[in-house]
Design a protein around this ligand. Structure first.
Ligand SMILES: Cc1cc2nc3c(=O)[nH]c(=O)nc-3n(C[C@H](O)[C@H](O)[C@H](O)COP(=O)(O)OP(=O)(O)OC[C@H]3O[C@@H](n4cnc5c(N)ncnc54)[C@H](O)[C@@H]3O)c2cc1C
Length: 443
């Protein structure tokens, strides 16, 4: 930021998801005069929740609170205050009609014996070969987990969620790549329990209000303005001031931070044609969530379930009423089914009722519940859900970021930076853009 007197520096934050709200929180604490401009009726973006008929659902997919970083986890827990539950993850993969403990390599003894042995032998062969050079996700899977685990679960599941061939997925995508301990996989095959991905073995969730509670709690701590129902349509710089318009009203700022998806931001900031072209080449997945309220649930304790089967639309279903009992009326239960889609996929354009019917039929068919027990359904469509980092991603993103750097606009957030970030990263990113390193000071 330019060295201007803090009290007079007016900062416009475009977009009021977690990144925008966290940026507003930290910068208002630093003394800037902040305004969030959000197009929806409520703040929250991917973290919006709804409460209807006594059911609470996270409309952008069920969210859990966890982090490897103790400082940011503490901050999130302080924001929840007393309104939290701590859960032990109990997650499985639905494989050929049976539940296999998650991660798959830790659940080998849940497979039929021949499949268990095949997974173990191929895993050990991969360990003996010790191939560490992989250029894409497919090679990484074969080299790390062996052929059987890759072909039975990792490849079908990943191709289903990402809607891409695993050989086209760059390793940038995955962040820190998993690497299970050999002894744990051998034990898992023998039926001796071990846990994988332990950083989210225990997770937190708001007791009431769904994940949006975290946003509301942050919002209460912001000394600044929030304009909802304000869809930013044009931004221009006039003699050093930023003029932000929704087509009807204009707001003037000294500085703007954009957390809105790049695909829209380049048009709003009137970027040159080649930058708009680079943005078009950045691929992403949209998300459909189907919220289902039930009289009863077959799975009493499951947190969520992965479904690699390509005949069923949802790749994951979660059980919000198992996250917090207050997510459903007493005696009832709930499921949130998640389906990734590309914008051009005709499934995305189907009407909500048709989508709900298809998903309820499919989940009834695989005996997740009986459709006679369904008491509530609602469908949500989220255009920007998962950024996809293919092999062309880096050259495109570099050009786009240079454009925004040159005009002096900071990009912060999942689709603004085009990074696969979780809530903890969104908070940390917002803080680090303001050179804040010690989160413990923020109450
Ligand atoms: C299915 C799914 C599950 C997830 N689960 C977890 C989890 O369990 N744990 C976890 O830590 N993280 C999870 N995440 C990640 C988490 O949701 C994100 O890290 C976080 O919500 C990103 O916030 P953001 O503000 O960067 O983006 P967004 O939430 O996308 O916010 C962007 C905001 O900009 C607004 N906007 C867009 N265009 C305009 C415009 N023209 N004018 C004004 N406003 C505009 C949008 O309405 C939105 O509010 C999950 C994400 C997904 C998709």
């Amino acid at each position: 930021m330019k060295p201007v007197d803090k009290g007079t520096l007016k900062v416009g934050i475009l977009g009021g998801g977690l990144s925008g709200v966290a940026y507003a929180f930290f910068s208002s604490r630093k003394g800037y005069d902040v305004t969030i401009l959000e197009k929806e009726r409520v703040l929250g973006g991917l973290m919006r929740s709804i409460n209807e008929n006594g059911f609470t659902f996270d409309i952008g997919g069920s969210h859990i609170i966890f982090s490897k970083d103790a400082e940011v986890l503490d901050l999130m827990l302080r924001l929840l205050g007393e309104n939290k539950v701590r859960n032990k993850r109990n997650t499985a993969i639905l494989y050929k009609g049976r539940l296999v403990k998650y991660p798959f390599e830790n659940g080998l003894s849940d497979l039929p014996l021949t499949e268990n042995l095949s997974c173990l032998i191929h895993f050990l062969l991969a360990r003996i070969k010790r191939r560490r050079k992989h250029v894409n996700l497919k090679e990484f899977f074969y080299n790390t987990f062996g052929k059987a685990i890759s072909e039975k679960y990792l490849i079908p599941y990943n191709e289903k969620i990402w809607k891409m061939k695993v050989e086209d997925i760059s390793l940038d995508f995955i962040g820190r790549l998993p690497n299970p301990k050999t002894i744990d996989v051998v034990k898992a095959s023998l039926g001796i329990g071990s846990e994988g991905y332990v950083h989210q073995l225990y997770f937190y969730y708001p007791r009431r209000g769904g994940i949006q509670y975290l946003i509301e709690s942050l919002r209460e701590k912001i000394a600044g303005n929030v304009l909802t129902n304000f869809e930013v349509k044009h931004v221009k710089n006039d003699s050093g001031k930023w003029i932000v318009s929704n087509g009807l009203m204009e707001n003037v700022f000294d500085y703007v931070v954009s957390t809105i998806p790049l695909h829209d931001a380049v048009k709003i900031f009137n970027a040159p044609r080649e930058i708009i072209e680079s943005t078009r080449r950045l691929k992403y997945n949209s998300l459909i969530t189907v919220a289902i309220g039930l009289n009863k649930l077959r799975f009493k304790n499951l947190s969520w379930l992965y479904i690699p089967d390509s005949d069923i639309h949802p790749h994951r279903v979660s059980f919000p009423s198992n996250f917090s009992p207050e997510n459903a009326p007493k005696g009832k239960a709930s499921i949130l089914a998640e389906i990734t889609v590309r914008q051009e996929d005709p499934f995305f354009s189907k009407n909500d009722e048709e989508i709900a019917d298809i998903v309820v039929d499919e989940l009834d068919r695989i005996k997740m519940f009986s459709k006679d027990d369904v008491v509530y359904t609602r469908v949500f469509k989220i255009k920007y859900a998962y950024p996809l980092l293919d092999s062309y991603y880096r050259e495109n993103i570099d050009k786009i970021k240079t454009f925004f750097d040159n005009i002096g606009v900071k990009l912060v957030g999942r689709f603004a930076e085009f990074k696969y970030i979780n809530m903890d990263d969104a908070i940390k990113n917002a803080a680090s853009h303001l050179n804040i390193s010690n989160l413990r000071e923020y109450k």
